[in-house]
Design a protein around this ligand. Sequence first.
Ligand SMILES: [Zn+2]
Length: 204
Amino acid sequence: MDAIVKNFPQPNRDSDRPSQQEAEEAVRVLLRWAGDDPTREGLIETPARVAKAYRELFAGYDMAAEDVLGRTFEEVAGYDDMVLVKDIPFYSHCEHHMVPIIGKAHVAYMPDGRVLGLSKIARVVEIYGRRLQTQETMTAQIARAIDDTLQPRGVAVMIEAEHMCMAMRGVQKQGSTTLTTTFTGTFKTEPADQARFMSMVRSR
Ligand SMILES: [Zn+2]
């Protein structure tokens, strides 16, 4: 897990970014590469729209999970059992083909005296989702971010997702789902905690 996370680039700085004009020109090149004519009426505005959409779809490069999670947490007296947020929807893009990955994340942790605001977990999923990803890296990154900042007794992350690059091209395996998990702390060392996480995720 460490190796995967450490190899991941830090969020971009604005100074590294090409201009809007350069981005639009790149889209025009890809339109021609696809076989279309970027000067035809229906495509005139497309490069500008794509450039704008990319800023939104990849907004995760401008955000750090640590900023969302913060350094102050709610203290809880008496609650020390699992906190699970499940079925967090996300849309990401695979780093191999830049094609969508559509899925759900289930994130749990065992508090050690303090808890996170529940919406923050969904925000962390969004930050890592809005980058070019592999599902394995994204799973590890979410676990790592919560582990590092909250320092709970354990973190469990499961992601189930469909990869459009598999559904739409190449082997064309529609409807197949990829499952990935990362466990830390008590979820890693205690099979009973891991089993309870799995059954809580599975219960409808
Ligand atoms: Zn792919």
